[in-house]
Write a protein that binds this ligand. Structure first.
Ligand SMILES: Nc1ncnc2c1ncn2[C@@H]1O[C@H](COP(=O)(O)OP(=O)(O)OP(=O)(O)O)[C@@H](O)[C@H]1O
Ligand SMILES: [Zn+2]
Length: 304
């Protein structure tokens, strides 16, 4: 093989990543091996304003593909008439916005598009806490709750994307809080996302001490959710991120309650002695979101 061809084969693709969030858009560039080279953050205001800053950022970067991990709901199903759109978000100005179309028109490269949590699941499976596994689930517990999953190396889509944050979970017997989800009231997000903890206990979640009863209740709700995910998807690992999971003492509480709920029904070493390696924090830490978008760019570059 001529030397220049070997050089070409070894060259890592330079990719663009956009973590599209409800409060900020984080943009970055990195290589297809997951290395992030640089990043910049822009406030989420109107599509016109925010996207002008995003395009300005990427203008001279010469990326070969872009990945977008987005807040939702979105339409990630290729071939659908609204593929690439943010669909019905309550976020003003962004409902019905064709995010992929805008990025494609401006940058003219392949675009990978999925939910932020599907992206994070892919990133964790390629480069983080679920490396080498066929499947994993990523759940974020923050202002909202969302989860994404990789199965056989692919992200799950169907009618649209999974909405695993809005499942119903058994109420904690001592919980009188009605839940804040505008659609469902006391779905998982309604009773267990950060704002629910703050509203229930009259204090921001970050200010509640480790021994506070809030955490046993939080673990109750999250363990119920994880039980459902284990039963429905049988993921080989569950990665838990987001602001609320910064309370690292939640992990042992959740693991124990998950084992109690499953009651030995699903037989696997990962759910017994291996539980500490089964329910884990993100291997990519606070980079999980941006690395996830980079992973989506890599997938788009490969599929093109
Ligand atoms: N150290 C902490 N301990 C407990 N809760 C926290 C902590 N830090 C942030 N939170 C809670 O997490 C929520 C913010 O979540 P996060 O930091 O994941 O940001 P976000 O991007 O707004 O969330 P989302 O991904 O849902 O949009 C807030 O409700 C806050 O109360
Ligand atoms: Zn809901």
């Amino acid at each position: 093989m001529p030397l220049e061809c070997i050089g070409e084969e070894l060259r890592l693709k330079l990719l663009g990543a956009i973590e599209a969030g409800g409060t900020k858009f984080v943009c970055g560039i990195g290589y297809e091996d997951g290395t992030i080279l640089e990043r910049a953050s822009f406030p989420t205001t109107t599509p016109e304003e925010t996207m002008a800053l995003v395009f300005e950022y990427f203008r001279d970067k010469a990326v070969e593909a872009v990945g977008i991990g987005s807040f939702g709901p979105i339409d990630p199903v290729p071939g659908s008439p609204t593929y690439g759109y943010i669909t019905t978000t309550p976020k003003p100005h962004w409902g019905g916005y064709n995010l992929v179309g805008a990025v494609r028109a401006e940058l003219n490269v392949p675009v990978g598009f999925d939910t932020d949590v599907n992206g994070a699941a892919l990133g964790e499976s390629l480069w983080g806490a679920a490396q080498g596994l066929e499947s994993c689930l990523y759940i974020t517990v923050g202002t909202g709750i969302g989860a994404g999953a990789v199965v056989h190396g692919e992200l799950i889509h169907g009618l649209s994307h999974p909405e695993m944050g809005h499942i119903y979970v058994r109420r904690h017997p001592d919980d009188r809080y009605e839940g804040f989800c505008p659609y469902h009231g006391d779905c998982l997000e309604g009773v267990a996302a950060g704002p629910a903890i703050g509203a229930r206990w009259g204090k921001p979640a970050a200010e509640l001490e480790a021994g506070h009863p809030a955490w046993e209740m939080e673990a109750h709700y999250l363990a119920h959710a994880l039980m459902n995910y284990v039963l429905v998807l049988s993921p080989q690992r569950i990665v838990m991120g987001g602001g609320v999971m910064k309370q690292s003492h939640l992990f042992p509480l959740i693991r124990t309650q998950l084992q109690e709920l499953l009651a030995g029904y699903v037989q696997h070493a990962s759910l017994k002695d291996g539980i500490d390696r089964y329910v884990v924090p993100p291997g990519l830490g606070d980079n999980a979101g941006l690395a996830g978008a980079l992973a989506l760019a890599r997938m788009a570059a490969e599929k093109n």
